[in-house]
Design a protein around this ligand. Structure first.
Ligand SMILES: Cc1cc2nc3c(=O)[nH]c(=O)nc-3n(C[C@H](O)[C@H](O)[C@H](O)COP(=O)(O)OP(=O)(O)OC[C@H]3O[C@@H](n4cnc5c(N)ncnc54)[C@H](O)[C@@H]3O)c2cc1C
Length: 474
């Protein structure tokens, strides 16, 4: 036994590394074990989010957006650039630099907070010992009073379209194409499929997204999803709903797909196939057989409302447990668990977790959809406001989409805010604050919003709940 810690965190994704930092801030002697290796083979802290998820996808989304604007949207401003080209190695290389900056940043934060990092695979043993197997196979065991399991998630693989890292790829593969695929197939019109499909579409790929469900973006509010679907179709993203993939065969001329839709069996040949049908909690090799930590029917670590596993001193957070697979959800659980361990009052409000899809236009929401309220029999009223009537959005030539505020019919309390349009990934924060403080549509309506800003759409939508929006008919 080499060392005894107050807290060992297994996994240094946004759940685990944030938990480790908060634990260290609270004076707890903390270690963090992570197995992720970067392109250079060295330890790369930050998990899926920093290495192959949130950050690299946003880097490519931003670069591809610049290119798309240059080639498609700048003409209206009187700006022309003939023969615009994209250099894919530079495009991907910029992303890699950003990833390195942020994974290195976590290492520095660990140093500053005196957190001991271990590079290797951690396995929880009975009695809160953790066995670490290093990249060279060497084993060591460390021990702690508390262990936080933050092992995250991995992409779900389809048995008939297995990842080969070349033609059939997961999110990591689709962030690293060496050239723009002429024809890109995407299985799954969820967040990852839409974002990465958009990246390569903007660079000129012919993108077809095959989605088994009949409704587009069923998790979002139906009105918002409808507007987004219309905009994506205008951009040329070919989204086939109610289409079930049956087979994907790699041949010399590409990946041959067979899928079934309402008209029967269809076929399609693509150069690359991204399978983005969801992610599963990752616990392979994490738990010795006698730890007592349980998994549910979906392989997620079972926890109570305090993220405690029921085994003394063992906690679990992030994608490995129930709840939405979002970085900020995992981080907040990490903070809360560190505070509970230190005897403080941790807190995560699952009712106000914001969702964002970084497409063009962006999609964001927090709280309940209209359908959820209808199904629950909760009386509500709705106010909407289009970005077409927002001066700033028109000046930016991005006047697409709307903000929708849903408030309780009797109390006026804001129950959900749903947006599609420019900059809504930032605008959603105001909705979250309002809901966190149990605010009403009237509260939002009374707040002075700067003019001209995109946030005026939130203000006007709140006014519209009471049929008194100024810049539209009510
Ligand atoms: C393409 C893509 C884009 C995304 N974009 C967003 C976004 O914009 N916003 C958002 O909120 N979310 C986004 N997500 C989701 C987000 O990445 C995850 O919700 C988040 O990373 C989960 O954090 P986590 O710490 O629970 O797990 P992870 O980030 O998966 O980290 C887990 C870490 O634990 C390590 N590990 C696992 N088992 C062991 C073990 N036994 N021993 C040692 N180490 C181990 C793994 O190697 C990994 O480093 C995106 C995901 C993808 C794939």
């Amino acid at each position: 036994m080499s060392d005894k810690f107050d807290v060992i965190v297994i996994g240094a994704g946004p759940a685990g590394y944030v938990a480790a930092i908060r634990a260290a801030q609270l004076g707890l002697k903390t270690a963090c074990v992570d197995a992720f290796a970067g392109k250079d083979g060295k330890q790369a802290l930050g998990g899926t989010c920093l290495n192959v998820g949130c950050i690299p996808s946003k880097a490519l989304l931003d670069s591809s957006r610049q290119f798309h604007n240059l080639t498609h949207n700048f003409g209206v401003h009187g700006i022309s650039a003939d023969n615009a080209r994209i250099d894919v190695p530079t495009f991907v290389g910029r992303k890699d630099k950003i990833v390195k900056q942020f994974t290195g940043g976590v290492a520095q934060l660990f140093k500053a907070n005196k957190i001991t990092p271990f590079f290797g695979t951690g396995k929880l043993l009975k009695g809160n010992d953790v066995e670490i197997t290093g990249p060279d196979g060497a084993k060591q065991t460390i021990s702690a009073t508390n262990v936080i399991l933050a092992s995250g998630s991995v992409p779900i693989e389809l048995p008939f379209a297995k990842f080969d890292g070349k033609s059939i790829v997961d999110n990591a593969g689709a962030l690293d194409f060496t050239e723009v695929p002429k024809r890109l197939g995407v299985i799954g019109a969820g967040v990852i499929g839409l974002e990465l499909g958009s990246v390569w579409k903007r660079l000129g790929a012919d993108v077809t997204i095959i989605e088994a469900l009949p409704d587009f973006l069923g998790v979002a509010d139906a009105d918002i999803a409808k507007i987004a679907q219309r905009e994506f179709a205008k951009q040329g993203l070919n989204i086939k709903l109610g289409a079930k993939l049956g087979k994907a065969e790699v041949k010399n001329d590409g990946v041959h797909l067979t899928y079934t839709d309402k008209d029967g069996e269809q076929s399609l040949v693509v150069d690359k196939l991204l399978v983005a049908v969801g992610r599963r909690a990752y616990t392979d090799g994490l738990l010795a057989a006698d730890t007592g930590v349980k998994l549910d029917e979906r392989g997620r670590i079972v926890v109570d409302e305090h993220n405690h596993t029921g085994v003394d001193g063992v906690w679990a957070i992030g994608d490995a447990v129930r709840g939405p697979m979002l970085a900020h959800k995992g981080s907040e659980e990490g903070v809360a668990v560190a505070e509970w361990i230190a005897g403080k009052a941790g807190h995560v409000n699952y009712d106000t977790i914001p969702w964002v899809i970084y497409t063009e236009p962006e999609i964001a929401w927090a709280g309940k959809t209209e359908k959820e309220l209808k199904d629950a029999g909760i009386p509500y009223k709705v106010g909407t406001f289009p970005f077409a009537a927002i001066g700033r959005a028109v000046a930016m030539n991005e006047a697409v989409g709307q903000v929708k505020v849903i408030a309780h019919a009797d109390t006026d309390r804001v129950l959900g805010v749903h947006m599609v349009g420019p900059g809504v990934s930032e605008l959603i924060a105001e909705a979250v604050v309002t809901m966190e403080f149990k605010g009403s549509a009237e509260d939002l309506a009374r707040i002075v919003h700067a003019h001209p800003t995109l946030s005026e759409a939130v203000h006007e939508a709140a006014l519209s709940v009471d049929k008194r929006a100024i810049h539209k008919g009510n």
